[in-house]
Design a protein around this ligand. Structure first.
Ligand code: ADP
Ligand code: TRP
Length: 331
């Protein structure tokens, strides 16, 4: 069976955009591939998080992915720092990565611009660590968004360079796993663009938001002054509200409001109330499961222990072979 690897950045709570985008994709993939999903906590050290914050976000992200249906019985779910073999492979790969090519990476250049006072070597070698993450399980496929295409290309280069240097096709060259257009782009509530956690307060609805928070955010969503002629084209903010409604409401509800829009009788206030109620109902079971996991540290610990065991079995087999290929052999 083909092997899939993907990393999860521990950046805090998940919103509906993450849910219908990346997370739903993981849930699908775990049925079709041998999946290794890990929380990329080594990577997050580039920003020097406070230890308590790092621990807290990893825990939150773990609880939320579990609550969304990423199932440790169907995939290997682990924490990157629980598999130190990754760090060893990263060391080996660093010897094959040229400073010049790392400096040319778009994400590195962006960091140099955005945080000139913290251009650490970990940022420069981020793509090398990402390569180690992927090839440590000798993965074939990596489900990543457009923003990661260049990183994945670098991973292929490093894997190929290793194979060439040591004269064996040991590592498969990891390919992007296309989603065939099945990934939805979830719009935000501010009337433009996508839902995102850094798009400003109120734009994103988080899975862990209470019913009251959801209602408050949705009621403040941007709309327009309403249609005045039948079948008037929808403005972007209103299209966005309908797109959100299609994700969480029954089809009859959506067509009811579409009809009202066409007939110019729509009241956005009513539509938003309905949308807020349906969103809250949609996220309620997820919210409960998040709370369940967050209140059950021993369960989280067991899950990570199992993930660690499975991930290390795969990782240590790879690293043993890599050591042999490199020439670190027994006398
Ligand atoms: P944010 O944009 O809030 O910072 P991230 O960049 O951390 O979110 O996204 C993590 C994953 O969730 C990515 O794979 C991204 O493609 C997906 N994602 C984020 N926002 C959306 C959205 N609005 N619609 C669909 N997928 C999204
Ligand atoms: N760089 C990825 C991101 O920013 C996270 C990541 C780290 C990753 N290692 C990975 C993704 C390995 C896929 C495979 O989202």
């Amino acid at each position: 069976m083909e092997i899939v690897v993907s990393g999860i950045r521990p950046t805090g709570r998940l919103h509906l955009g993450n849910y219908f985008g990346a997370v739903a994709n993981f849930v699908r993939l775990q049925e079709q591939y041998r999946c290794y999903f890990f929380i990329a906590d080594y990577h997050s050290l580039t920003t020097h998080p406070h230890p308590a914050d790092l621990h807290g976000t990893v825990r939150q992200v773990l609880a939320e992915y579990l609550a969304c249906g990423v199932d440790p019985k169907r995939c290997v779910l682990y924490r990157q720092s629980d598999v130190p073999e990754t760090a060893e492979l990263y060391l080996f790969l660093n010897m094959l990565a040229y400073v010049g090519e790392l400096e040319r990476s778009a994400s590195f250049k962006e960091k140099v611009r955005s945080q000139p006072d913290n251009v650490n070597a970990g940022l420069l070698t981020y793509p090398v660590l990402m390569t180690a993450d992927i090839i440590i399980h000798r993965a074939h496929k990596v489900p990543v968004g457009k923003d990661q295409t260049q990183h994945l290309e670098m991973a292929r280069n490093f894997a190929e360079r290793f194979n060439r240097l040591y004269g064996e096709d040991f590592f498969p060259l990891p390919q992007a796993l296309g989603t065939g257009g099945t990934l939805v782009k979830v719009p935000g509530l501010d009337g433009s663009g996508k839902m995102g956690k850094s798009e400003g307060e109120g734009n994103a609805v988080f899975l862990s938001d209470t019913e009251e928070e959801i209602r408050r955010k949705v009621m403040r969503a941007v709309t327009d002054s309403g249609p005045t002629t039948p079948n008037q084209p929808m403005s972007e903010p209103v299209q966005n509200l309908f797109a959100l409604m299609k994700l969480v409401s029954p089809p009859e509800t959506v067509s009811h409001y579409e009809e009202a829009y066409r007939a110019c009788t729509i009241r956005y206030g009513d539509m938003k109330k309905q949308l807020a109620a349906d969103m809250a109902a949609f996220t309620a079971p997820i919210r409960e499961r998040i709370a369940y996991y967050l209140n059950n540290d021993s369960l989280l610990r067991d899950i990570l222990e199992q993930g660690q065991e499975q991930a290390r079995a795969s990782a240590s087999a790879t690293v043993a072979e890599v050591r042999r290929l490199i020439g670190f052999r027994k006398f």
